[in-house]
Design a binder for this molecule. Structure first.
Ligand SMILES: C[S@@+](CC[C@H](N)C(=O)[O-])C[C@H]1O[C@@H](n2cnc3c(N)ncnc32)[C@H](O)[C@@H]1O
Length: 373
């Protein structure tokens, strides 16, 4: 078999109290999962799949301590030598507990380190910004694979031009995550911007980015925007076959990581990971999502480009109908705003107009339209 995505949440404890956290009250002083259970799951996965994509998440994954990861990376090395299994590691962290040793270990194991940091507006949602920035700089100095996850909230979204320039000036790749109404953010309306306002800012900064030849960093969100096409689904799937391992040792579909109704077993009880995808509970979850897809998505103007991905992503943490509608509506508006800009780019490329003004990445993405009628 090909690839499997596994999210590992070693703990649901956290050493920060971000105002918007989608884990909300689910964050607790939970124990850390034993490394043996993680390795058992990876062992089973390596018997079925050639490539295993692991995202360490939480809670705060650094709280598991460096030795936890040393053992996991040792196992990966051994498996790779024995059977050629490829492991790709992603580590999503608030960055507070990273130090030289930890960073070196992640770099040695070619991990993409996602540090949650909101640039000049970090203080709006998070604490300890100075210490985190110091660690970000350390990763940079060591040439680690680094990406910042920058959350946009009501107090910061309008500053996106400044945020973009800040990441550019620092030479840090980043991705913007518009705040989702879930967890703590669901209870605090002061954090939530209006979808229309967010779209206006996105469109205006995107229109700058497509020509910005001074931009030497990766702005992942806009790279994804530049791949949006009216007639093409933006992800290769509508519901991703992925699993998540929680600190309590239970395996969940990635699409519903904390819901006992969808618990698929434990590393000890499952025989094969493929069995999880054939199980009754997994089928039930797919059925619920399929129901949303049939009732909500069919009349949506972004059906061609989204094809249900937005509702699956939101259902991951929320089943409140109003919030599902809110989130889908926001995604639809973003898609439509960006697709209009992409239509203009396509028109330019078809007519061989102004092509040299665009950046390399845009030229590469749209080159297939050159001279096309
Ligand atoms: C929940 S944290 C967990 C991992 C780790 N503790 C960290 O801070 O990166 C992962 C990411 O989700 C983002 N996030 C949390 N709640 C969110 C929300 N309501 N809307 C959008 N992003 C959110 C955080 O800002 C962070 O970048």
């Amino acid at each position: 078999m090909g690839e499997i995505g596994i999210t590992i949440k070693p703990t649901l404890s956290c050493n920060m109290r971000c105002k918007h956290c989608f884990n909300g009250k689910k964050l607790n002083k939970s124990k850390t999962i034993s490394v043996e259970r993680v390795i058992l799951l990876l062992q089973k996965a390596s018997e079925e799949y050639n490539t295993i994509k692991i995202t360490f998440h939480g809670g705060e994954p650094t709280l598991a301590g460096i030795n936890f990861y040393r053992k996991i990376f040792d196992f990966q090395r051994q498996k790779n030598e024995e059977s050629g299994t490829i492991f790709r590691n992603f580590f999503t962290t608030n960055g507070l507990l990273l130090n030289e040793e930890f960073i070196d270990l992640l770099i040695q194991n070619k991990t993409l380190i996602n540090v949650s940091y909101d640039g000049p507006y970090n203080h709006v949602l998070r604490q300890y910004g100075d210490r985190v920035l110091k660690n970000i700089k350390l990763i940079q100095a060591k040439h680690g694979k680094l990406r910042c996850y920058c959350t946009l909230s009501k107090e910061s979204y309008a500053q996106l031009p400044e945020i973009y320039e800040w990441f550019k000036a620092q030479g840090i790749d980043f991705k913007t995550l518009p705040i989702e109404k879930c967890g703590y953010a669901k209870e605090d309306d002061s954090l939530i911007m209006k979808p229309k306002d967010l779209v206006d800012v996105f469109v205006s900064v995107y229109k700058n980015w497509i020509y910005d030849k001074d931009c030497k960093i990766r702005y992942y969100t806009f790279e994804e925007f530049s791949a949006l096409r009216r007639e093409m689904q933006f992800k290769s799937y509508w519901f991703n076959r992925k699993i998540a391992l929680n600190p309590d040792g239970n395996i969940y579909p990635f699409g519903r990581p904390n819901d006992v109704n969808f618990c698929l077993g434990t590393p000890e009880t499952i025989e094969k990971i493929e069995d999880c995808f054939r199980s009754e509970k997994y089928t039930k979850l797919r059925g619920i999502l399929r129901g949303f897809y049939d009732t909500k998505c069919q009349s949506c103007e972004s059906l061609g480009v989204c094809n249900g991905v937005a509702i699956c992503m939101t259902y991951m943490y929320e089943e409140d109908e109003e919030i599902l509608n809110y989130s889908c509506n926001q995604t639809n508006m973003v898609f439509q705003g960006i697709l209009k800009v992409n239509d203009e780019i396509i028109r330019d490329f078809k007519n061989n107009n102004n092509i040299d003004y665009y950046t390399d990445i845009v030229r590469e993405r749209f080159s297939e339209y050159i001279g096309r009628r």
